[in-house]
Design a binder for this molecule. Structure first.
Ligand SMILES: Cc1cc2nc3c(=O)[nH]c(=O)nc-3n(C[C@H](O)[C@H](O)[C@H](O)COP(=O)(O)O)c2cc1C
Length: 243
């Protein structure tokens, strides 16, 4: 028996790499076929964290193994309609941004991912959601490629700027990374002679009360399981009796 799983990625850096690892492992089990759905912001952030080009390892193409981009889906999101037809065993939104959780909490379905959620509920498909802003307080998260301006010497000839194949580093007084262009090849990290560029640097951010409240709202939705972190996805799938 093969189970189709719909995996939605929204525009969150937090939990993105962890979610990718979980789905990479699931994809290695031939019992599962995974369709990956990306919101517009999800596509951008997946590129910024170096995950976008690797998604083919999870959804290599073919029926129910496609990568579905919101950017290419018009306004009605026809591929999300599949979820209402009961052809998926499960929908997982991981990571789920505060924005997507807020929309779901209010019943809004105007993006690929929020529409997939609404359709899944109409089709009685169980949904797992891993929010980035689970509970109020401080969370530690990882930054994409960033420049530490304390360490940067603003060299006249900046090797990362010269070698960046995406032309994502511009000189604006000092070198500056344009994340709308960065593909996260990380070549710049090794090329800076002063170690001023890093990837995955940890920072602390605050979860807003409003966002945590929205998470609590969606916990009450029928057919929805809210998970605290991506590592819980596998056990939750086992409890469905499909693995
Ligand atoms: C590099 C980067 C990382 C981000 N990480 C997060 C995050 O961890 N959590 C979050 O709620 N929003 C995050 N955002 C902001 C969302 O992408 C933004 O709110 C977007 O509108 C979400 O759209 P979506 O919910 O349709 O994917 C991030 C944005 C960028 C550029």
């Amino acid at each position: 028996m093969v189970f189709n799983i719909a995996w939605c990625i929204t525009g969150a850096g937090h939990f993105l790499l962890e979610s990718f690892e979980v789905f990479l492992k699931l994809a290695s089990n031939r019992q599962f076929k995974i369709t990956t759905f990306l919101s517009c912001a999800g596509e951008e952030v997946a590129r910024i964290y170096g995950v976008l080009d690797k998604l083919k390892q999870i959804s290599p193409g073919g029926y129910y193994q496609e990568i579905v981009l919101e950017r290419e889906q018009g306004k009605g999101f026809p591929k999300a309609g599949r979820l209402a037809r009961g052809t998926y065993a499960l929908l997982v939104i991981s990571p789920a941004t505060a924005n997507t959780v807020a929309k779901i909490a209010c019943g809004i379905a105007d993006t690929l991912v929020t529409s997939a959620f609404a359709q899944a509920q109409k089709g009685n498909v169980p949904v797992y959601i891993v929010p980035t802003d689970y509970k109020e307080g401080i969370v530690t998260t990882k930054l994409p490629v960033v420049i530490d301006y304390e360490a940067c010497r603003g060299c006249d000839t900046c090797p990362p700027l010269i070698k960046c194949s995406s032309n994502a580093i511009k000189m604006v007084g000092k070198p500056n990374i344009d994340l709308t262009l960065c593909r996260c090849c990380k070549i710049c990290v090794d090329l800076c002679p002063y170690g001023a560029i890093s990837f995955g640097k940890e920072v602390k951010t605050r979860v807003r009360k409003l966002d945590a409240e929205n998470v609590r709202k969606i916990m009450l939705f029928e057919g929805v399981k809210v998970l605290e972190k991506p590592s819980e996805i596998h056990d939750a799938i086992s409890s469905l009796g499909v693995s």
